[in-house]
Ligand binder design. Sequence first.
Ligand code: CA
Length: 474
Amino acid sequence: MRAILTAALCALLTASTLPPALAADEEKPITQAQAQEFEVWKRNFRAEALGQGIAPQIYDDAFRGVTLNPKVIRLDGRQPEFSRPIWKYLESAVSPTRVSTGREKLATKGQVMAEIERRYGVDRQVVLGIWGLESNFGSFYGNNNVIRSLATLAYDGRREKFAKEQLIAALRILQRGDIAAEDMKGSWAGAMGHTQFIPTSFEAYAVDFDGDGRRDIWADDAHDALASAANYLARHGWKYGQPAYAFVRLPQGIEYFELNAKNKRPASHWASKGITLMNGAPVPDYGDAAVVLPAGARGPALMTFHNFGVIRKYNNATSYALGVANLGERIMGAPPLSLIWPEDDRPLGRTERKTLQEQLTALGFDTDGVDGILGPNSRKAIRNFQRSRGLPADGYASEKLLTRVSQAMAGNEPLSRAQIGYIQSALGARGFDAGVPDGLAGPRTRAAIAAFQQSVGYPADGLPSVALLRALGG
Ligand code: CA
């Protein structure tokens, strides 16, 4: 729904550690030249807005006293270095506090939630999940003047077209009388109210649930906002009573290439591959589903159903959709998920992702560019590298993967079991007892390696290596 992140989502996604250059919370002050330029911009944009049907009075009221917002300029230019692992995201998104606040809201708003559910055919739990993640149930939706934020973005130029379109929509909302200019509050990027709608989404999906003639997604009671979120999901095809996801168990030897968000297949297909629910029961049939590994092959496997895709229309991230769906379930009384995440293998930051792309490309696994963004070409390159090394081809760009790729670059990759088995046999044939050639470098094998190294005058570290393999004719 939004091309940009809401304040709440940014706070959740962005790690607290930023590189020193970006760590300062202080804004670069607006220069006098910028301020003057902005006044000219405002006059020029006035003509544009009037040309699109905005009344002069509306424009002048909305822009009275509006100056550039240096915070918006800073945040818009920011490129976060670190990405937050999904398990950390979920810890915060579905924290005990958020769950208990959600339960209180459900208790006090049960009747209105039931009415919204009936009217829009959208389960109350997903509406609560969205409310909880977008604005922490209305306790935080950004205190920025939306006109000022969007005007700053439009002037700043990086997303001029988007910001201008949103600004015109915001002015139309004011003109229609849904909200007064001074009460139109939102995130630094212009996402508004309890549900963090950008103005064009507001125009398309906001509803006047309480019938007072205004679509007020800022009101304390949140009734219009909750109904608007439900309407958004309904219009994107929410199927009542269906879950969004299930965690599943993968059989040994599953083809990891198949496990990605784009590969949507019927339940029968996944069942035929030996995939089951965690308790061994057959996977349920909610139409075509994908199986994804949000933290790679060492993390949980997630089956995503139709409704998962509907939540992603709200915010296009697996972690977000899982957070919304699970928060909703927890609010309704479900126990916490018990999942084992690979916490020793974090996802890569931006600079590391670039290094990964450079090295993969140098190794002949073309990522089609080095931009720090892992699109389909990079994922494919990762999977091909993994496959070439006999690793699970999950396409997950983690710290361990980068280490492995860097070792490949430096020519000191760890040996495979077959290669270690060869070393064991070759040592045995030379009278060094390395035990059964099982491909595992245990104490006996390491002692045999050390003895061999000593006998030929190598440093006796007892470790299997490519050099050792070569020395033994492998
Ligand atoms: Ca209303």
